[in-house]
Design a protein around this ligand. Structure first.
Ligand SMILES: NC(=O)NCCC(=O)O
Length: 414
């Protein structure tokens, strides 16, 4: 990997320093654990099975400018970069875009003044955005509710103070950077909708490469699982499944828990998305086995690229809370396991960023791959949407009866 500053070497072996919290026995990620412990041949085979092949080859790592690698070293964030290729076409030029995902922990304790918390996060991610800018990233996405700790576990309403209007402080901060780097930036925030009674939403603001606000998308599916008490704060979104046609491609944003809903992914695909971002905040115990599967499956099923982002670290809150599961009260959400990565329509995917450090993952992707895969697998043509449309419209009726055919001999003894 040409651009990784993670050594891949386990720390804390032989009773020395303990491994970093959130690491896998000292390793940044499963990929790096395998790389360090398998022979090169076996590692290649394991990678082929885990990451797939792109145009019949292992995914290529790419190198980034010195300005970017220096920022990663100075600010100690994980940095990885890859290239998804597509076949050459006779009648269309390649459509290569460079896309970046940023994952980060909060910057100061949750007991600090709210203004200081927000400012510290902005200061912390600025070098990561600068690193993306220095690498010529065209489209960049941040993590869910990036301006704040993920305080929705607490059910305390005071965290609503972090909500901002769409054109608020964080958007203005990013508009400048979008313009400076000629970059589209997707900014998932807690939104305060001033024109509608100051209601709160979980919203992604899409900022164009000229620094303009192209539009917003509000999270469609609100979790009711574990400590994810988000329904205490905001309602299901009312913006549908917009696809934003940007200077670099058509993008959609499926915010966090929406990734468990295949129809949510489908809807962005039906509206023509070529890249769908999944900015998230999720913890190991709850969802880690699902994480590498759901986004990758969505990329395959919908013939588009997916960029998955998850925050990192353990956020401890001032007052303990309970989860309604009989377990003792606690003051943290658990470990947000990072592991941001890209998935491609041809079933290939990148390795993941660190499980515990801030990080920037960059990938070049030839968007021609989306149509090439549609032509190859014909999922759109074979989808039988009319069959499902009719089932769904029946299902929504109060007198719906599931189509179950009962074995008339079900109770007959053998
Ligand atoms: N932020 C959020 O929706 N998290 C829910 C948990 C999950 O989907 O893994």
């Amino acid at each position: 990997m040409a651009t990784s500053n993670g050594s891949g070497v386990a720390q804390g072996e032989e009773g020395k320093t303990p491994p970093p919290a959130g690491s896998i026995g000292g390793y940044e990620s499963l990929h790096r654990l395998l790389e360090a412990n398998l022979s090169p041949d076996l590692f290649q085979e394991a990678s082929r099975l885990l990451l797939g092949l792109n145009c019949a080859r292992p995914l290529e790592a790419i190198s980034l400018p010195d300005a970017t690698t220096t920022l990663a070293e100075t600010h100690s964030f994980d940095l990885q970069a890859f290239r998804f290729s597509a076949d050459k076409e006779f009648l269309r030029q390649s459509r290569v875009v460079r896309v970046g995902l940023i994952q980060n922990s909060i910057a100061v304790p949750t007991t600090c003044h709210f203004a200081d918390q927000k400012k510290a996060i902005m200061d912390k991610i600025k070098p990561l955005i600068d690193a993306a800018g220095a690498s010529g990233v065209n489209i960049m996405c941040l993590q869910e509710a990036w301006t704040m700790p993920f305080a929705f576990c607490t059910r305390e309403k005071r965290w609503c103070e972090f909500a901002e209007p769409v054109d608020g402080e964080s958007t203005q901060f990013l508009q400048e950077l979008a313009q400076k780097y000629n970059m589209v930036i997707v900014s998932p925030i807690l939104e305060r909708d001033i024109n509608h009674g100051e209601t709160i939403w979980n919203t992604a603001v899409v900022i164009g490469n000229n620094g303009n606000i192209i539009g917003i998308h509000r999270k469609n599916h609100i979790p009711r699982v574990g400590d994810f008490n988000e329904s205490t704060y905001y309602m299901e979104g009312n913006t549908g499944h917009p696809v934003f046609e940007t200077a670099y491609g058509k993008i959609g944003v499926n915010i966090c828990y929406g990734r468990h809903h295949p129809l949510n992914w489908l809807a962005f695909g039906l509206n023509g998305a070529e890249i769908v971002f999944n900015p998230s905040a999720t913890v190991g115990e709850l969802s880690e086995p699902m994480w590498p599967i759901e986004a990758r499956n969505a990329a395959i099923a919908n013939s588009y690229f997916v960029g998955s982002i998850n925050r990192v670290g353990t956020e401890v809150f001032p007052n303990p809370f309970t989860s309604g599961d009989g377990k003792p009260q606690h003051a943290d959400f658990g470990h947000f396991y990072g592991s941001s990565h890209f998935s491609a329509p041809d079933a290939s995917c990148t390795p993941s960023l660190s499980r515990y450090r801030d990080g920037l993952i960059i990938s070049d992707m030839d968007l021609n791959l989306c149509r090439q895969i549609k032509d190859k697998w014909a999922f759109r043509m074979t989808a039988r949407y009319e069959m499902y449309a009719s089932l769904l419209s029946e299902y929504l009726k109060p007198d719906f009866k599931p189509q179950v055919i009962v074995d008339p001999l079900i109770n007959k003894k053998a």
